[in-house]
Design a protein around this ligand. Structure first.
Ligand SMILES: Nc1ncnc2c1ncn2[C@@H]1O[C@H](COP(=O)(O)OP(=O)(O)OP(=O)(O)O)[C@@H](O)[C@H]1O
Length: 275
């Protein structure tokens, strides 16, 4: 099965080639990922979608340079994950906002730029990052009036928006998002997805996003990578050819509902094939 997300172009693409990951747990060996092959072009919004334990977070951690692969190679626009991490060319948006409680929202965001300053001293030609104006990003995420508030003064949805702002201001060409909305209620989640879409449409950064939600995957993505459980493999890559920019209205459209059903049925097919 061809799981390629586009023609391979090593420096303008993310290439995941025959990646496997095994965890050795003493007398038990867990095969978390087996022979994952994916290629996707810069500016693509990709979602990893699959059942619990299929290796989504493990793959994201490998891309972030936080986890070594057991076999295979990864090229992030021509760099290894370790090189990309060193140059701060990868931004990570976690499941919980993880903001420093004693700093304002704006200071939390500025801090992420401050800690990346060593990478900014690299020769301009070596730099892939273009740090963004924090006030602009805060405004785009509807947080302009809360820039000087402390995290405790914000709702959960607003804190998560602040975490997304922190990811965007770093200006890294690749943003990794590990179920960033999973702790939010459904209505807040829907609103924040639309906000993310709005900001993303403006800069078309490459994003690899993890979710368990088919509607979330379809709404946000250009490509949905459907994975199978135990061990994690790529079952299918589904093109989401819904027009952009996407707004709330698309959620009611027949094309959207059909695509969600298609992704859910491919997930079931992968699950049954595995049993
Ligand atoms: N550090 C680790 N040590 C041992 N096993 C691990 C480790 N990290 C992950 N695993 C195992 O690897 C497999 C894949 O885990 P992973 O967290 O990547 O899945 P996931 O698809 O992100 O799951 P979820 O959707 O529940 O977050 C699981 O069986 C998990 O128990």
């Amino acid at each position: 099965m061809n799981t390629s997300l586009g023609a391979a172009a090593p420096t303008g693409a993310i290439v995941i080639d025959q990646v496997s990951k095994t965890f050795d747990r003493g007398d038990d060996v867990v095969r978390a990922l087996v022979d994952v092959n994916l290629t996707f072009q810069e500016g693509t919004f990709v979602t990893l979608f699959g059942p619990s334990g299929c290796g989504k977070t493990t793959l994201l951690r490998i891309l972030a340079g936080l986890e070594e692969m057991t076999a295979g190679t990864v090229s992030l626009f021509g760099e290894t994950p370790a090189q990309a991490a060193r140059a701060k060319n990868v931004a990570w948006v976690p499941q919980s906002a993880a903001l420093l409680p004693w700093l304002s929202i704006r200071s939390n965001i500025l801090l992420s730029q401050f800690v990346n300053r060593a990478a900014d001293r690299m020769p301009a030609g070596d730099r892939k990052r273009i740090p963004e104006d924090p006030d602009k990003v805060l405004a785009e995420l509807g947080l302009a009036d809360f820039a000087h508030a402390r995290p405790a003064q914000l709702s959960g949805g607003m804190r998560q928006r602040a975490a997304i702002a922190r990811g965007f201001v770093q200006g890294a060409p690749l943003m990794l998002m590990d179920e960033p909305f999973s702790a939010l209620d459904e209505l807040t989640r829907e609103a924040i997805r639309l906000r993310l879409l709005d900001v993303w449409e403006k800069n078309r950064k490459t994003v690899v996003f993890v979710t368990h939600s088919a509607p979330e995957a379809v709404l946000l993505s250009d490509k949905v990578v459907v994975m199978t459980p135990r061990p994690g493999r790529v079952h299918r890559v589904v093109d989401i050819d819904l027009p952009r920019p996407r707004s709330r209205a698309i959620l009611e459209s027949a094309a959207f509902i059909d695509k969600v059903r298609e992704v859910q049925s491919i997930l079931r097919e992968g699950w049954e094939a595995d049993e």
